[in-house]
Ligand binder design. Structure first.
Ligand SMILES: Cc1cc2nc3c(=O)[nH]c(=O)nc-3n(C[C@H](O)[C@H](O)[C@H](O)COP(=O)(O)O)c2cc1C
Length: 321
């Protein structure tokens, strides 16, 4: 399956776990693979300039993956088309199933450099980046994740522009950059993108993204807006079993949740050692440690831990008490 267009082999609707920086690393993806796997995983976004610099070792570990996470798409961002070409070649060589361009991150620190969502108003550079990536990617499918505008909604113009590049997939987060995640996603704009795609008779798959909580909600969006699939991000914080149709949050016991927490902590330590700060792991505690009696007290104790052994100890004390 490597480096051919895996997107066309998936049955629709396609359900995807959204890329989330400092969340969806190889450790979290392996944990999610074991309990309810989405149809596709994305890496966190990785800066192509960083990959081409002497600071490369501070970036490249975000591209670590294991076979169980396939199909896996590497997401990249940056501004220099030459670097996109180089890194697309490298990513294809690493055996990724696809490469995705982040044209949607609204953070000031990236937008002031003209990257990510800033490209929505710089079609010339966007075009150079897409073509350079496609050339570097060779047979590996290229996709884009974007928003519907910077300040103003420009769905029709922007999506029409992007559709000329024969992209494998276009994921549309239904908000402008300025809206961050502060307003409800404009799903009717995502529906408009599907309409534009159909009118142009293009094959590019359209994936909708924004505020979807679970698979029932995702299926509803597929029906209502005609998207080929749905990408879910923050919904996984409320239920890590989200992509498993057989399991709902209600039927997972505190024990199952805490076993998963420990497994995650152990895999985090084994995978990252000192590479990642323990504080990053703490962000996950709320995902597993909520929705049962004593959860908030246990969580407070877990927040005081600094090693996996201490996590293990806190869980043992909770279970024996
Ligand atoms: C903590 C966090 C990190 C994120 N990092 C990325 C990223 O690296 N690349 C990206 O394209 N989007 C990133 N996003 C945006 C999500 O992929 C997604 O588009 C957004 O959360 C909306 O979907 P949701 O409502 O299902 O969460 C991030 C979002 C969150 C909450």
């Amino acid at each position: 399956m490597q480096n051919s267009n895996f997107w066309t082999t998936l049955s629709k609707p396609i359900f995807i776990l959204a890329p989330m920086y400092d969340v969806t690393d190889t450790v979290f993806r392996q944990i999610i693979s074991g309990i309810g796997k989405p149809d596709v995983f994305f890496t966190e976004f990785v800066n192509v300039e960083g990959m081409c610099s002497i600071g490369r070792s501070n970036v490249i570990y975000r591209l670590q993956f294991t076979e169980i996470e396939r199909p896996i798409v590497a997401q990249v961002w940056g501004i220099n088309p030459k670097n996109f070409y180089k890194i697309a070649r490298e990513i294809a060589g690493m055996g990724f199933d696809g490469i995705d361009l982040n044209f949607g991150c609204p953070e000031k620190s990236v937008m002031t450099h003209g990257a990510c969502a800033a490209l929505i108003e710089n079609q010339e550079l966007a075009k150079e980046i897409i073509l350079a990536t496609q050339e570097g990617a060779q047979k590996m499918p290229v996709s884009i994740k974007t928003r519907i505008g910077i300040k103003k909604i420009v769905t029709e113009d922007w999506i029409t522009f992007l559709l000329q590049f024969n992209l494998a997939t276009l994921t549309i987060h239904g908000r402008t950059a300025q809206e961050l995640s502060d307003v409800p996603a404009h799903w009717e704009e995502i529906g408009k993108a599907v309409y534009v795609r159909n009118k142009l008779n293009q094959k590019t798959l359209i994936i909708g993204n924004g505020d979807v909580e679970d698979l029932a909600d995702a299926s509803e969006k597929v029906k209502q807006y005609g998207v080929d699939g749905v990408m879910i991000g923050r919904g996984i914080f409320h239920n890590p079993w989200l992509f498993n149709l057989q399991v709902t949050n209600k039927s997972t016991s505190p024990d199952e949740k805490l076993n998963l927490l420990l497994k995650h902590a152990q895999l985090f330590e084994k995978t990252w050692g000192n590479r990642k700060n323990f504080a990053i792991l703490k962000k996950f505690f709320k995902i597993y440690c909520s929705g049962f009696s004593g959860a908030s007290e246990l969580r407070a104790k877990l927040m005081e831990t600094n090693t996996v052994d201490q996590v293990d100890q806190a869980l043992k004390e909770y279970r024996s008490g």
